[in-house]
Design a protein around this ligand. Structure first.
Ligand code: SAM
Length: 256
């Protein structure tokens, strides 16, 4: 998904995030990324690595690509929109970071919960995405917190009208109190100068001492339309191996 704006009589498809390619940004996105990244990276610095991170609604991958350059671990991006997934695959190929995987799929909460149970992420990045889901927003946050050590959450403001589900955002205020929220930053919502979205770090229920299985299982990759590493590399392995759940993509290699 990008941002559509009306300009000189035509709709222009603008990109939501800046494009991040190997250590540098092209400042083309309609939504501020740098300030949010700096606040999130500051929080990551306080956590014990390596970190296994799920980036839901990764868009152009800005956060995963940048965080993966700075922090050891594994970063799995989920993105659903057709036009965005094509661009995101190109960006994965250009960044060529072995700590990155990409699932090109639209997930609902039940599917997401299956992935969370199978993969055991330390951190869930859910930036400006839960208002795209059909399930109650507070149920989504509860599920995230149940399956992760930390959740980094940004939600649309009830004052916004130009975003998906504005009526539900008003009707379903989030209760973050059970998760000891720490506000990391505030930035303007897309298209507004006086409406803001806050990014919070939430404490999840998973113990800090749990060690997640490294990388991503081939089973999760196969079941959820894995697109990076590219299927041309992985499909021969998927055909060959019966026990996909035993094989994992770790640092760009297949391991048992
Ligand atoms: C508003 S953008 C936020 C992008 C990014 N997280 C950020 O804050 O910069 C929401 C993104 O989530 C994706 N998305 C929305 N619902 C989704 C779903 N159910 N599964 C996967 N991706 C989804 C959209 O395609 C879009 O790229």
């Amino acid at each position: 998904m990008g941002l559509s704006s009306y300009s000189n009589g035509i709709y222009v498809d603008r990109i939501y995030q800046d494009l991040w390619i190997k250590g540098a940004a092209m400042q083309v996105g309609g939504r501020g990324c740098k300030e949010r990244y700096e606040a999130i990276a500051g929080h990551f610095s306080t956590l014990q690595g390596p970190l296994k991170v799920l980036d839901i609604g990764a868009n152009m991958g800005y956060f995963s690509f940048r965080l993966a350059e700075r922090f050891p671990g594994h970063f799995v991006m989920i993105e659903s929109s057709n036009s965005t997934t094509k661009r995101l695959l190109q960006l994965c190929l250009m960044n060529a970071n072995p700590q990155i995987s990409f699932l090109a799929t639209r997930v609902n909460l039940a599917e997401l919960e299956k992935i969370l149970i199978a993969e055991q992420f330390d951190i869930i990045l859910a930036l400006s995405v839960i208002h795209h889901f059909d399930e109650p927003f507070n149920d989504i946050v509860k599920t995230f917190a149940r399956h992760a050590k930390h959740v980094i959450l940004e939600h649309a403001s009830p004052e916004e009208t130009h975003c998906p589900n504005p009526a539900r955002i008003k009707a379903e205020p989030l209760n973050l109190t059970p998760y000891n929220p720490i506000k990391l930053c505030t930035s303007t919502a897309t298209g507004y100068q006086h409406i803001f979205r806050d990014v919070y770090a939430l404490k999840g229920s998973i113990e800090e001492s749990r060690t997640a299985p490294p990388g991503l299982s081939l089973q999760t990759y196969a079941q959820h339309s894995g697109l990076y590493p590219h299927p041309t590399l992985l499909n021969p392995l998927l055909k060959k191996h019966q026990n996909k759940e035993l094989l994992r993509i770790v640092n760009g290699e297949i391991r048992k």
